[in-house]
Design a protein around this ligand. Structure first.
Ligand code: SF4
Length: 405
């Protein structure tokens, strides 16, 4: 099979992995060479490197053939799709060619299980090893690891890759048993723990060889089972604290061809995926815990408003807060104030009183923020009593923002 055809198949198969920021973007297809700026097709996606830079990655599978039969996966053994497989040398050459033309800054490589977990992991490590050792490749490498693979192979993966990941796949272990019978939640946890201890060791001992300096991440599929948003976010909170994950990625389930009756017939709303990302940010950067986010709820996030606004509307007694005197932790809870704005307000108020004009200069969304704050010369607490506040603050239909504000 021609390399170009393999690339079409294996880049397309990789798009179901959400560990890149362009997953979930509107689908613009430029297969057949038509158009520019495709988020699909020839395997280039955008992701965030550990230092926060947005990098372009060649995102492919080594093969979309897999001996496992995870029901939610288009690459499962029982799936009737075109199959392809790259050799190690082909992936290495493609990466080098794309890199030298400045198309990409790195590689994201995953694979179906070829013969067994160890053989597959050897192949994935083989690509990274060859790039680093034979070609002195300095670009970014993200390797998806196979949880059941030998610990030594996982250790090698971390030595060559900037980031490693193990997919949790489904939030509840019963769902994993039902929909992915060959996978084991225990093995996934052990593998994450193993990666975490390697990462910790290499950070603590400056003389030790570097191990996945970009940390580890995982992916959770949303809407393939009946897990609530609460159980998903609680799972993420546990993953962050137990294995110090850098990111949990959420991937809205979408039906696949010839799918099992055990799966939903409808795709999960993309907005649900988006709200989960926002709730995840509240956990990591805004000082919320999962119980607060879901207090007084049925366990599902409101699809109409972001979770921080939903929390504030349920806790109106905590507002308005005085922008010039309240604790930073409270400022972070004001709908419309992001972490950067809060940092700048805290800095500014140490010099002089912050006024409305200062917030305008910081490009804070004034209409959204005002009902929740007190400023010199401004008091808007009546707005908090308005039964219509909820309605007033519902956003106009617009492009989604990743960050809760
Ligand atoms: S192991 Fe991975 S590639 Fe194979 S069927 Fe399961 S999810 Fe798909």
């Amino acid at each position: 099979m021609e390399i170009k055809r393999k690339l079409e198949i294996l880049a397309d198969a990789a798009k179901y992995d959400a560990s890149c920021a362009s997953s979930g973007a509107a689908k613009r297809n430029s297969i057949n060479g038509k158009g520019m700026g495709s988020t699909e097709g020839m395997g280039i996606c955008h992701s965030y490197a550990p230092d926060g830079r947005c990098v372009s990655l060649l995102k492919i599978l080594l093969t979309n053939f897999c001996i496992y039969d995870c029901l939610y996966c288009v690459n499962r053994v029982s799936s009737n799709i075109a199959r392809a497989r790259f050799t190690i040398d082909e992936v290495v050459q493609l990466t080098l060619d794309f890199y030298s033309r400045n198309y990409i800054e790195g590689l994201f490589l995953s694979s179906g299980i070829i013969r067994d977990a160890d053989y597959t992991m050897e192949q994935l490590v083989g690509v990274a090893k060859k790039l680093r050792e034979d070609h002195d490749f300095r670009g970014y490498i993200h390797l998806k690891t196979i949880p059941d693979a030998d610990a030594d192979l996982l250790a090698q993966a971390g030595r060559y890759a900037d980031r490693v990941s193990v997919n949790v796949e489904l939030p509840m272990e019963e769902s994993l048993e039902r929909l992915a019978p060959e996978k084991s939640a225990l093995t996934i946890r052990q593998s994450m723990a193993n990666l975490r201890s390697h990462i910790d060791e290499s950070k603590q001992d400056k003389k030790a060889p570097k191990f996945a300096p970009g940390g580890q991440s995982t992916q959770v599929i949303v809407g393939a089972d009946d897990s609530t948003d609460r159980s998903i976010i609680e799972k993420s909170a546990t993953l962050y604290s137990s294995y110090r994950l850098r990111r949990v990625y959420y991937s809205a389930f979408s039906p696949i061809p010839d799918s099992s009756k055990k799966l939903p017939v409808k795709a999960a709303p993309l907005m649900r995926e988006h709200r989960l990302y926002q709730a995840d940010w509240l956990l990591r950067f805004y000082g919320f815990d999962s119980r607060e986010i879901f207090a007084q709820s049925d366990g599902m996030l409101d699809l109409d408003i972001d979770p921080k606004l939903a929390w504030a509307l349920k806790h109106r007694e905590q507002f308005p807060v005085d922008v010039n005197t309240c604790a930073r932790e409270l400022l972070l809870r004001v709908p419309g104030l992001g972490t950067k704005a809060v940092a700048r307000i805290v800095e500014a108020r140490s010099i002089q009183k912050v006024r409305l004009e200062d917030l305008q200069r910081l490009h804070v969304p004034i209409k959204r923020v005002l009902p929740f704050i007190k400023l010199p010369g401004h008091r808007n607490s009546k707005a908090l009593d308005s039964a219509k506040l909820n309605q007033m603050l519902r956003p106009e239909p617009a492009q989604m923002s990743l960050l809760p504000q």
